[in-house]
Design a protein around this ligand. Structure first.
Ligand code: ZN
Length: 260
């Protein structure tokens, strides 16, 4: 029932993204605008605020009840915006999407609600699969090291310790002390792999590899995770479910779990 246009494509970093002239035109012509919120799209606040004066502009992440949100580790008093990495919390965003569309187009409300209900069942299946696979990683190695802190909800949901070298936003750079601390952890816990993210330069991860090597150990790059953007349209990773499965498969394989 809806023509969907996304502003930020594969590989785009939403923390830093600024709307182009073309984006402004697209949003200006839109009937409904959906975004994550919780400061994920930090450079878009003003534009989204002014667009909200004459159409629904809905922050989906803010549909997740406050008591289910995690605090930002980096910005005091703010919430961590990366809610989609817990599929159960993200179900609230799915429901909020259906509600926003149903309010705009009440005639088709039943279709939006039914589709949301079907999709939430698929999300629950995804969650069950992830739970089983991640629990097969040996407990000591259940540590996810990535460049920035996108995976705290993922870690909270699946009992995996998350270490982001660079902090929650991509605006700050990792310091030398952060790198040394991560390298020590890798050696102590014999963690086999760290991960590259689709929206981040691999330089930070390569610096950790160097620091681990200085300690006489080795750490592999376990593959690329989708963090703040999905994959290319038309590929399995171009959807939320496919993107999430790719991440789980990559993490479980690299950390010595049973991925099949
Ligand atoms: Zn992020």
């Amino acid at each position: 029932r809806v023509e969907v246009q996304s502003i930020m494509g594969p590989g785009v970093d939403p923390h830093l993204y600024r709307a182009s002239e073309g984006d402004l035109q697209t949003m200006f012509e839109a009937d409904v605008i959906l975004y994550n919120g919780l400061n994920l799209e930090g450079q878009m606040d003003e534009i989204l605020g002014s667009l909200a004066e004459d159409r629904p502009v809905v922050a989906l992440g803010e549909a997740v009840p406050e008591e289910m949100r995690l605090q930002s580790e980096q910005y005091q008093g703010e919430f961590d915006p990366h809610i989609w990495f817990d599929p159960i919390r993200w179900s609230y965003a799915v429901q909020a999407t259906a509600t926003a569309l149903a309010e705009f187009d009440p005639e088709d409300a039943a279709i939006y609600q039914a589709n949301a209900a079907t999709y939430i069942v698929q999300i629950q299946t995804l969650d069950g699969e992830a739970m089983t696979r991640i629990s097969s990683i040996p407990a000591q190695q259940r540590v996810l090291i990535t460049a920035h802190d996108a995976f705290n909800y993922f870690g909270d949901r699946y009992g995996i310790e998350v270490v982001g070298i660079q902090g929650i936003s991509t605006e700050s750079e990792a310091g030398i002390a952060d790198l040394q601390a991560v390298a020590d952890l890798v050696v102590q816990r014999q963690i086999p792999a760290i991960f590259v993210e689709s929206t981040i330069s691999p330089a930070t991860i390569e610096a950790v590899q160097g620091a681990v090597r200085d300690r006489g150990a080795e750490i592999a790059i376990g593959g690329q995770l989708f963090s703040d953007a999905m994959g290319e349209d038309g590929t399995p990773e171009g959807t939320y479910l496919g993107m999430f499965r790719h991440n789980v498969q990559t993490i479980v394989t690299a950390l010595g779990g049973n991925a099949s």
